[in-house]
Design a protein around this ligand. Structure first.
Ligand SMILES: Nc1ncnc2c1ncn2[C@@H]1O[C@H](COP(=O)(O)OP(=O)(O)OP(=O)(O)O)[C@@H](O)[C@H]1O
Ligand SMILES: [Zn+2]
Length: 574
């Protein structure tokens, strides 16, 4: 960034600059530009007003309002080609296991993608760039004493597996940086030939930010001014950013017209996106930390390369997953939970519902309580579906249903949900509408009738269940396995449940085996009456063996143990 260093600029903030922490600054810059001029004591910048130059693209109006970071407001989503939406998504930097923060961004955008496809019927062509060479990858590979490419492949596969487990649809194509080096080099050459970049004696290439004038800052709303650069820098201006980095000793490199080196960070996404979509992009997505400088610089690069006024039409940024209300979950803060660890406790559907319970733009807090809240929503939905199915099959009987009210409620829910989705993909409002429908459905099912042969209304319940199931399917949630109930129940809880069950059985058995009072025929009759209880105890023992629970009866005391999977007792239930 190029905020000019003012006299009172905090050294701590300034120090973030060189360490690649510019991603922390959009929020600060946002605050800066909302304050009256001169308010900021620590830096100077010029507010140009975001979106001043944004143009509504010509084309097909989808009827969807979409929050556009370029304008900081909801804009109508207009598509130049209604047949397909071009979407570029910044992918992961693959140097370690993905954490829940990453999952949060990709799941939220996956939900939006599914809504656009399934509710509004658009074809989406999504390209995701994989950053498989950068400082963090090189550093970690050196620590692990393996090549950067081996490390990157390992974690790229790991990322894809995690995404598949979370049911995030894969992009139409993944594109790696290292597979596209010649394209990146020719993209940089294009920028140099148009007079917006320069190479240096040291073999670096920088984007000349001054050449962009006040067109820079479309996202962040700030025009850069001069900054201060360290003495050994070969940049013309402190605000210029690297397109090509000369190789340091022992570093991985590729040959280029400027010497051996590797691409800068932002140029990879501009090149990859342009390779597939050319000079026009409908939607660009990433976490909010990517808005500046990453996306801002991507815009500068693409608009000078393509010589166009507006390369990307809509920039969508997802809010961060926070921990304890304030910190972004991140590797560097060491406050992260890997996706794999999370899935030992909760199911992918719980995480998806958690994501649905907020707008994709807002920051959300990770906590077990929030996950349980999401789980309770799923349990509520599943239990309604079970009851409605039982009612349809005639297993649950209740007073006559006010069918007309339910049909009306179903119609208004469908309308409300479509409207919520069209209003910047408001998933929270959509879930509220579903829960409201369920509440109405449940209210009538609860009234158990005393009347025999009372009139029934199974069709309306069938229609509600089928709508709810298609809603869940749209957003990528599946209740069929009820995975969210069983998988996340801790083994400690299950252990206690089996304990209780075995103790209860033991008491029933003791009673049934005990000598009944009385003599003769009366005693015989009492013994006969207890027979079914003993049979029930036996069949419970056999049935539980099939689940790997071995109940051992010694005299009138019973204990239990877990059988190894696949043992003969488990298979036969003996
Ligand atoms: N805590 C978070 N909440 C939401 N999105 C996040 C979070 N952390 C990373 N992301 C998003 O995940 C995507 C991939 O990020 P990337 O691989 O660059 O990780 P990163 O931001 O460097 O993570 P870390 O800081 O943990 O290393 C980006 O769109 C980024 O904005
Ligand atoms: Zn990117």
């Amino acid at each position: 960034m190029s905020l000019r260093r003012g006299p009172l600029l905090s050294p701590a903030l300034w120090g973030l600059r060189g360490a690649g922490h510019w991603r922390a600054l959009p929020v600060l810059a946002t605050l800066v530009c909302r304050r009256p001029a001169g308010w900021l004591p620590w830096a100077r910048c010029v507010c140009v007003g975001r979106g001043k130059e944004w143009r509504l693209p010509p084309g097909h109006d989808t009827g969807i309002q979409i929050y556009n970071s370029l304008t900081q407001r909801k804009d109508p989503l207009i598509l130049p080609r209604p047949e397909a939406i071009s979407w570029y998504s910044c992918g992961p930097t693959v140097y370690d296991h993905a954490h829940l923060g990453h999952a949060c961004s990709y799941v939220r955008f996956d939900i939006i993608r599914r809504i656009l496809t399934k509710v509004f019927g658009y074809n989406i062509v999504m390209v995701m760039g994989i950053t498989d060479v950068d400082d963090k990858i090189i550093r970690r590979a050196t620590e692990m004493d393996i090549s950067p490419s081996a490390l990157a492949r390992l974690y790229e596969e790991d990322f894809k597996l995690d995404m598949a487990t979370l049911k995030v649809l894969p992009p139409t194509v993944y594109m790696r940086v290292t597979d596209n080096i010649p394209h990146i080099i020719s993209f940089i050459e294009g920028i140099i030939s148009k007079g917006h970049a320069y190479s240096t004696m040291k073999g670096n290439v920088y984007f000349d930010l001054k050449s962009r004038g006040d067109k820079y800052g479309k996202l962040i709303g700030v025009v850069p001014e001069e900054g201060v650069e360290s003495d050994d820098s070969d940049k013309r201006h402190a605000s210029d950013f690297a397109l090509w980095k000369a190789a340091k000793p022992q570093e991985i490199f590729w040959a280029s017209p400027w010497g051996n080196g590797r691409p800068g960070w932002h140029i990879e996404c501009s090149t990859i996106s342009s390779l597939v979509f050319g000079s026009q992009l409908d939607i660009h997505t990433g976490g909010i930390d990517l808005a500046f400088p990453h996306h801002e610089n991507e815009i500068a690069q693409c608009e000078v390369y393509h010589q166009c006024k507006q390369w990307g039409n809509y920039f969508l940024h997802s809010g961060h997953l926070h921990v304890k209300g304030k910190e972004k979950m991140s590797k560097s803060l060491k406050n992260y939970i890997t996706i794999k660890d999370f899935l030992k406790k909760f199911s992918p559907d719980v995480f998806r519902m958690f994501c649905m319970l907020s707008n994709y733009r807002s920051a959300i807090d990770y906590s077990d309580d929030n996950m349980h809240e999401a789980k309770h929503h799923l349990i509520g939905i599943a239990s309604f579906i079970d009851d409605a199915n039982a009612y349809m099959k005639g297993q649950l009987v209740c007073d006559p249903i006010r069918e007309d009210l339910l049909w009306e409620r179903l119609t208004s829910t469908k309308i409300a949900i479509k409207a919520a989705f069209a209003d910047d993909f408001d998933t929270h409002r959509a879930v509220d509408a579903i829960m409201d429908l369920i509440q109405h459905g449940n209210r009538q099912l609860k009234a158990v009738t005393k009347e025999a042969n009372c009139p029934r209304s199974p069709a309306v319940y069938g229609a509600i269940v089928s709508y709810i199931e298609s809603f869940l399917d749209t957003v990528g949630i599946s209740l069929s396995s009820r995975q969210f109930i069983s998988e996340n129940r801790s083994s400690a809880t299950l252990h206690s449940v089996v304990d209780e069950l075995v103790q209860f059985r033991s008491k029933v058995r003791q009673y049934s085996l005990g000598a009944p009072e009385g003599t003769g025929t009366k005693r015989q009759q009492l013994l006969l009456e207890r027979e079914p209880l003993l049979q029930a105890c036996d069949s419970l023992r056999q049935n539980l063996a099939a689940y790997g629970i071995n109940i051992k009866d010694r005299s009138n005391i019973s204990t239990w143990e877990l059988l190894e999977p696949g043992t003969e007792e488990q298979k036969t239930g003996k």
